[in-house]
Design a protein. Structure first.
Lengths: 158, 155
């Protein structure tokens, strides 16, 4: 296999880890928002945390090998409009995902504390796990991830 | 996944194919994770996790597979000679995609039984570890397909 094939494989693998992790996070995050018992919410948010690790690792892989591809191939340049747009959206997606993830982590710790103190449903936990601000951050991050994917496929201006 | 043979000219069908593959991959990872973690939990949490694994199979994995497979055929329709030339990487994609249909049927049935047969006196029915194993194997097969379809070894 050529260097190009390896780089493309590692770049695409990063994208799959990133966006596949997003899918996992939505599955367990949505399920957590529909539960009432703190121990169940804590369990599901721990899984969302594991998905977050996959998302972070995938973003690093996709970025490193994506930039390597850009520098290695003559037909693409770092200052091409679609590459610059993808990088800007990538930073935005990471920042929004980081904010959403921080709020989810705080909610998980709160759920773990309630679980240890009797595991009774709590209105405050319900409000936190369905927090519209965290939802907006996570939704924004996810949508931007798929917009980046669209840029990678259509490559407008290339 | 066949981006480098047609690139931007494939447009929407290719985007739909890749999104479907990502949803299939992520959904299968979620089922593997839920089924795997359920093996180490008490009856109440195990039942909750297995129910979610079953629902995820229906609402995430199946739509992802359908989008991936239908849009993949749509992309291939734009390149009628490609299927005839039978490149190895495309064969791997077909194997994982089409045999995956049988695996998904088995996974769905196992997920249903793993959920329904979880009882306080038997928190780990025999179908539960089989579900975790099968979903994990299919996740590995999907990773091989990602390798074949992105790197296209031999092309």
């Amino acid at each position: 296999m050529s260097k190009y094939q390896w780089l493309l494989f590692l770049h695409v693998s990063g994208a799959f880890l990133f966006l596949g992790g997003v899918v996992v996070a939505w599955v367990v995050g949505t399920a957590a928002a529909l539960r009432e018992r703190p121990s169940e919410i804590a369990q599901l948010l721990r899984m969302a945390g594991a998905a977050g690790i996959a998302i972070g690792a995938g973003m690093v892989l996709a970025l490193v090998f994506g930039l390597w591809l850009v520098f290695d191939l003559d037909q693409y340049g770092l200052w091409d409009g679609w590459v610059v747009s993808a990088l800007v959206l990538f930073v935005l997606s990471g920042a929004l995902g980081g904010q959403g993830g921080n709020r989810d982590r705080a909610t998980r710790r709160f759920a773990e504390r309630l679980a240890a103190e009797g595991d009774m449903p709590s209105a405050e936990l319900g409000a936190r796990v369905r927090d519209p601000v965290a939802l907006t951050f996570n939704l924004g991050s996810s949508v931007l991830g798929f917009v980046i994917l669209a840029l990678m496929i259509w490559k407008p201006g290339a | 996944m066949i981006a480098s043979i047609c690139g931007p000219t494939c447009g929407f069908p290719l985007f739909l194919h890749v999104v479907g593959a990502i949803v299939l991959f992520g959904g299968t990872a979620a089922v593997t994770l839920l089924a795997g973690v359920s093996l180490r939990r008490d009856h109440g949490q195990a039942a909750m996790l297995r129910r979610l694994a079953f629902v995820s199979t229906l609402l995430v994995v199946w739509p992802g597979w359908l989008a991936m497979r239908i849009a993949g055929q749509w992309v291939l329709g734009k390149y009628p000679g490609l299927e005839d030339s039978d490149p190895g990487w495309l064969g791997i994609g077909f194997i994982v995609g089409d045999l995956g249909l049988l695996v998904l049927v088995a996974t769905t049935i196992l997920a249903w039984f793993a959920y329904r047969r979880t009882r306080p006196e038997r928190p780990r029915p025999v179908t539960a570890p089989i579900l975790a194993g099968l979903a994990g194997l299919y996740l590995l097969a999907l990773a091989v397909a990602v390798f074949a379809m992105s790197a296209k070894p031999g092309s």
